[in-house]
Design a protein around this ligand. Structure first.
Ligand code: ADE
Length: 222
């Protein structure tokens, strides 16, 4: 899979891709992540990529020209399955969307800033808009990192234990069961004895029941 991220703040996105699972996925050649500094596509000498809003009002708007130039260049090199704009008013990210995006070959993610992008970018250049929650971030970069993390960990070969993503919370519409590790007794707080029993069938049954119970209690809408 290849992910191209268009951003005015590439520095903000460097670290998330240089550690742990996201780094390993790239080293293994499972995913390629390319950052495209939007200012490189500005034609004015101050490398600006925003301008005042037509009709007045506070806040700058990201211009269509540098964005279109960058997207056109990328599209001339390969075809893209989805051009995603990160926006608080996009469709809400969930496991289903992450699963679906993880099956794609090439995607572009455009990070918004300031008051957002010129509406014509959304109308004509973008194919999908995604939000990571009902709150406003200062830019789309952190949201893009969240989307990428949720997708990349699903790609075959990324997680060591190939099956572990299958048992994530939400993957089957349920919350994951509680987990414990040593010590078996911490100041009298004991690990449920079933988990120490060695009875795999009973443990599996217990975990399933715990998942059901937790889902009912915490996230009944699932
Ligand atoms: N940009 C600003 N806020 C955002 C959010 N909640 N989700 C996605 N992109 C955003």
């Amino acid at each position: 899979m290849r992910i191209d991220i268009i951003t005015v703040l590439p520095e903000l996105l460097e670290s998330p891709f240089q550690h742990s699972i996201l780094k390993r996925a790239q080293t293994k050649g499972i995913v390629e992540v390319h950052l495209h500094p939007l200012r490189d596509y500005s034609t004015n000498k101050h490398r600006t990529v925003d301008d005042y809003s037509y009709g007045g009002g506070a806040g700058m708007v990201m211009c269509i020209e540098p964005i279109a130039r960058c997207i056109d260049k990328l599209k001339s090199e390969r075809s893209y399955d989805e051009i995603i704009y990160m926006s608080p008013d996009g469709e809400m990210l969930d496991q289903k969307i992450s699963n679906q995006l993880s099956t794609l070959k090439n995607i572009i993610i455009l990070c918004g800033h300031y008051k957002g992008v010129d509406e014509r970018v959304r109308q004509h250049l973008v194919t999908r808009e995604i939000s990571i929650g009902n709150y406003v971030l200062s830019g789309g970069e952190l949201a893009a990192a969240v989307v990428c993390d949720s997708i990349i960990r699903l790609l075959p070969g990324v997680l060591n234990d190939e099956t572990s993503a299958l048992f994530d919370s939400f993957q089957d519409g349920m919350i994951a069961p509680p987990v414990y590790t040593r010590p078996a007794d911490f100041n009298g707080w004991k690990v449920p004895s079933i988990l120490l029993s060695g009875n795999e069938k009973e443990i599996e049954k217990w975990r399933h029941e715990q998942s059901l119970e937790r889902t009912k209690q915490r996230r009944p809408e699932l």
